[in-house]
Design a protein around this ligand. Structure first.
Ligand code: SF4
Length: 436
């Protein structure tokens, strides 16, 4: 009989990029014969995959470490906050090891050191697509790590290093394995998706025996051959985006772009040191929509960046309306330890930041409601995420998982199936439809 497999508790916090890191670590753990458990008491050791993006994420990560230390005592910390090892050690000197983000090697070395690997790894227990934390029908796929920009509010380049793109052949192979495993939607993530291949000087790779340049355009072309939905997140308004627009397709790489503009006023964009900060966001969206009228745009914005005046904030409000931003996430600016923006003068008082955030969200709610109302009467393929007591819950090409609204469909279907449905009603963020 096989001896008891060593058990590891795993907690993953943070963004989809952290989810991908977690999936890589979990896959390696399973491949080596470790099992994962959901109970600290049952675990021989606990790994906490942390987030360090903003102060509230740091606090959440610190609390998770504290809880694991108290409940289990044998804790390895990884992820973005792991880059601040001294801060963690000062509060929890007993943690066994601390590694930075995207460092499965160091995590596995720490696991081997503190919980030696079992002798009898049942490699065949690992599915070809690895271990995933998302539902079976969609998955995140990370195409690069790190970032070459220096946005003043962000410490990710310091935490994750410069841009390192994955070889195109490797990305396509991973995507194909996901499709073979039943994934019907692949969400592409990176710090800067449209910069793909710049670090590799767009050199030629071999994909399925074909010579292909490692560039954003060729990446989109290759992913468009997969026969499933592919959704692009974290796209910056570089000129290369216009080149991919004709390739977008509601059966392949979707006409949906997540473009984190963060602001729309040129002075604030320059103060933030945003990538493509010299681009005029409204003209950019108008030229994209002239090529692709069906293009859906999601964006995120920061209000109350140091020095932001009422006029500059109003320009942001106007932009959101004029550009018809379909989906929007917003944050009130908060200083992050180590960020260059902390040294900027003219901090906006907290009550004004919060008030601006409220106004932006209210403004967007009206825009969202109007844009959704305009979709009533149209037919969509809806990918079903869940079956509820009231029917089906899913999304069309215009809604990303987890962050956008839902389409509630009256009809029959199962998670992972696509159902053709006609939109019959709408509210502020969601749609209601009937299967055809
Ligand atoms: S583009 Fe800017 S915000 Fe995004 S990861 Fe790079 S530095 Fe941070």
């Amino acid at each position: 009989m096989r001896s008891r497999e060593p058990a590891i508790g795993f907690v993953s916090l943070g963004c989809p990029k952290a989810v991908v890191d977690a999936e890589h670590i979990l896959t390696r753990l399973r491949a080596e014969g470790y099992r994962t458990v959901g109970d600290y008491g049952e675990a021989d050791l606990v790994i906490i995959n942390t987030c360090g993006f903003i102060d509230s994420a740091v606090a959440e990560s610190m609390d998770a470490i504290g809880e694991a230390v108290q409940a289990n005592g044998r804790v390895i910390v990884t992820g973005c906050l792991g880059s601040r090892a001294q801060t963690i050690r000062a509060r929890y000197p007993e943690v066994l090891a601390i590694t930075g983000p995207h460092d499965d090697e160091a995590v596995m070395a720490a696991v081997h050191r503190h919980l030696p690997r079992p002798h009898d790894p049942f490699l065949d227990l690992v599915p070809a697509q690895g271990i995933r934390l998302t539902p079976a029908h969609y998955a995140y796929l990370k195409i690069s790590e790190g970032c070459n920009h220096r946005c003043r509010f962000c410490i990710i380049p310091a935490l994750r290093g410069p841009l390192v793109s994955r070889p195109l052949g490797e990305i396509v192979k991973e995507a194909e394995a996901l499709v073979r495993a039943g994934v019907r939607e692949i969400v592409i993530v990176a710090q800067d998706t449209s910069a793909y291949g710049m670090d590799l000087k767009h050199r030629v790779a071999f994909v399925g025996g074909r010579a292909v340049r490692m560039s954003f355009l060729e990446l989109v072309r290759e992913l468009g051959r997969l026969g499933v939905w592919v959704r692009l997140h974290y796209v910056y308004p570089y000129p290369a985006v216009e080149d991919i627009l004709p390739l977008l397709d509601t059966e392949g790489v979707l006409p949906y772009l997540d473009v984190p503009f963060q602001h729309a006023h040129p002075r604030i964009l320059q103060a933030m040191l945003r990538p493509a900060g010299q681009v005029h966001p409204l003209k950019c969206i108008q030229s994209w929509r002239a090529i692709r009228p069906d293009l859906v745009i999601r964006s995120t914005f920061i209000v109350g960046f140091p020095g932001e005046t009422e006029e500059e904030f109003s320009a942001l409000l106007d932009f959101v309306g004029d550009a018809g931003i379909d989906r929007l996430g917003a944050f009130s600016y908060s200083p992050v330890e180590g960020a260059a923006a902390n040294a900027l003068p003219d901090a906006v008082p907290e009550e004004i930041r919060d008030e601006r955030l409220g106004r932006l969200m209210q403004h967007q709610a009206a825009i969202s409601a109007a844009r959704l109302a305009a979709r009533v009467g149209q037919d969509y393929d809806v990918l079903i995420d869940a079956v509820t007591d009231d029917g089906l819950a899913g999304r069309s090409y215009a809604e990303a998982p987890d962050i956008d609204g839902i389409i509630y469909v009256q009809g029959k279907g199962r998670p992972g199936e696509r159902v053709r449905a006609r939109v019959t009603g709408s509210d502020t963020h969601d749609l209601f439809a009937t299967a055809l």
